[in-house]
Ligand binder design. Sequence first.
Ligand SMILES: [Zn+2]
Length: 134
Amino acid sequence: MKQPFNPLNSTLARGIREVGFRKWYERELLSSHAHMLLCLLATIAMIASFEAFSGASFEEKVLDTVFVVASGAIALWAMRRYLFLLMHAEEMANQAVCETCETYGRLDVVEENTRTGATAVRCRKCQHEWTLLP
Ligand SMILES: [Zn+2]
């Protein structure tokens, strides 16, 4: 799956080139957990909006409904993003171990297929090459 341009979450190939695989992985995990926190806060906001519903006037109820829908949408988006970032980072980490020397995450990018998202990498220790598949 091709990732759209996103300044907060760089693609795997760009991440490896700029900061190395381990740092890219760490940043993806931090970003995913920030989305989990956003999901939690949006859920609390949604519950609070439900709470404010009782005893409110008609205009306040309309406003509460807007808040419930907005915070619910934010919570769903954040949950989806959290799971995507986490699963993608874990998938890449599982493939980041060199088959020859069993070194983890010390990679250089050989080639990036922007259409399929596959990234050919080379082990920095033994020069073994393989492809990380999305
Ligand atoms: Zn190796």
